[in-house]
Design a protein around this ligand. Sequence first.
Ligand code: NAD
Length: 368
Amino acid sequence: MQDMFRFADAYGPAKIIHIYRPKLGLKAILVVDNVAAGPSIGGVRMAPDVSVEECFRLARAMTWKNAAAGLPHGGGKSVIFADPHMDEAAKENLIRAFAVAIGEVTDYIAGPDMGTNEQCMGWVRDEIGRAVGLPAVIGGIPLDEIGATGFGVAAATEVAAPFAGVQLDGARVVVQGFGAVGTHSARFLAEKGAILVAASDSRGTVSDPDGLDIEALIALKQSGGHLTDFCAGEKGDTDAVLDVPCDIWIPAARPDVVRADNVGRLNCKLVPQGANIPFTKEAESILHERGVVVIPDFVANAGGVICASVEYHGGNERSAFDVIDIRIRNNTRLVMEEMRDDAITPRAAALNLARRRVEAAMTTRRWG
Ligand code: NAD
C-alpha cells in the first residue's frame, strides 16, 4: 500500500494508470499529476526503457511547467513501452489502441514527445476527439516543425544571458541532442548572433571552435544521416559533447545525462535546459556553486506546451509565437531576479513561482 503511493505528496499524482492489451502487446502507463488549474497536458513518449518513477517525474515537471507558464492546465505524462522506430502500420495500431484506452481519462490531453509526433497525435484525436500538437491539415500548429520549444529556449537564453555574464552576440553554443528541440534552439540562437561550436546525437559528436553550419547539419539529419557523417568538424563519441568549452551548453536529449560523476566535464556559463530533467539535483547544485546559471527545464522549454495550449484554445502559429515570447521572457526574468535577490538556485526560484500558482489554483477546487 505504502509502496503504491510512494510518489504521493501535497500536489499529486492524482492518478497512475497502467494499460495492458495482451493481444496487441500494448503496455503503457499514464500519470495524471495535478489538475487544479485545468485538465493536464503532457507528452506521449514511446520508448522501451522508462520507469514509472521517471514517468511520474516527467508528469510533475509538466505540472510545474504548465503552472510556471501560467496555463489553465495541470501536468501529466504517458509512456508507451515500445521501439519508436517500429514499422509505421504497427505504430499506428499501437497508438490508436493507446488512445482508446485513455479515452475516458478526460483530465489528460495527449501531446507529442520523444518517439511520437504530430501524425501520432492525429491518430489520437481521430480516436478520442482530443489531443494537441496536431498536424496543420487538421487545425494543429506543428510545434516541432516551427520550432516552438527551441524558440522559447532561445528567448529564455537571451533574458538569462546577462545574469550569467554572457553576451549573446558571438556566444559559443553546444547542443546535446540535435533533434527537434536542439536544432531549433541552435537556429534561433544563431539569429541572435550565437555560434554553434558542437552538437551531438545518439551516435556521436561533431565540433568546430570556428562554428558549424547549422543549416547543413539540419539537412544532414533530415536526410537520415548522423552528425558524425558531417563533412566538416572534429568527430567524437556521444559523450565528447560534455568536454567542449562554450558559453551556453544546451541539453536537448534525455533525462539525467549530467550527473555528479560527469558534471565536472562541463565548461560553460549558462545552461538553458531544452530537455526535461536532463540534470540530477546534485549536478545542478554543483553548477550553482560554480556560478553557472541553469535555466530550469520547465521554464526554458515551455514553448512547446504553450504552443499546444494556444492550439487547444483555438489560436494560430503567429499568436503562439507571441504568447511564447511574452510568457517565457517574463517567467525567466522573474526566476532570474528571485535567484539573484534571494540568493537561491534558479530551480528553487522557479519552483517557488510554480508552486505559488498551483497552490492558488488548488484553493479554488473542492478536492485540491
Ligand atoms: P527528438 O527525438 O527530436 O531529438 C532527440 C535527439 O537526441 C536525437 O537527435 C537523438 O539522436 C539525440 N539523443 C538521444 N540520446 C542521446 C544521447 N545520449 N546523447 C546525445 N544525443 C542523444 O526529441 P525532441 O523532441 O527534440 O526532445 C528532446 C528532449 O526535449 C526530450 O527530453 C523531450 O522530452 C524534451 N522536450 C521536447 C519538447 C518538444 O517540443 N519537442 C518540448 C519540451 C521538452
